[in-house]
Write a protein that binds this ligand. Structure first.
Ligand SMILES: [Zn+2]
Length: 131
């Protein structure tokens, strides 16, 4: 076990980090949890925070699967308030994928909000007059 060089702060909370040696791996400290992590890592391995130095503006998020997208779009069409609420939440997120899906849900919800009462009114109009 060779000690760390003077001035180099090596995290000692987790054994595997110090075991690899200070000379080979450069450490940085996670701004969120303060633990020592590999400088090349895109995410903090402890709290999953994205490290903005290596990936600017790219924040960790769960990818939206194709099936989930279709489901969200369908729900937005069927339940306008769902699409609008989801759209507001998603367009506020940091990643492009959520913003894109959120915007579509918002538009679909808005279309549905206008379209559904119109269709209902038309159907009722036809039913009342047609009989
Ligand atoms: Zn962290």
């Amino acid at each position: 076990m060779s000690g760390p060089e003077p001035g180099v702060r090596v995290p000692d909370a987790e054994g595997r980090l110090t075991a690899s040696g200070a000379a080979e791996t450069e450490f940085r400290f996670c701004p969120t949890c303060g633990r020592g992590i590999d400088r090349r890592a895109s995410f903090c391995q402890y709290c999953a925070r994205a490290l903005d130095e290596s990936v600017p503006q790219s924040v960790y998020h769960e990818p939206i699967s194709a099936g989930k997208r279709v489901l969200l779009y369908l729900c937005s069409l069927l339940i306008p308030m769902f699409g609008i609420a989801l759209g507001i939440i998603y367009t506020d997120k940091d990643d492009e994928e959520h913003r894109s899906v959120g915007m579509k849900c918002l538009i679909l919800g808005a279309i549905s909000l206008i379209f559904v009462p119109t269709v209902l009114a038309a159907v009722m109009y036809v039913m009342v007059l047609g009989m």
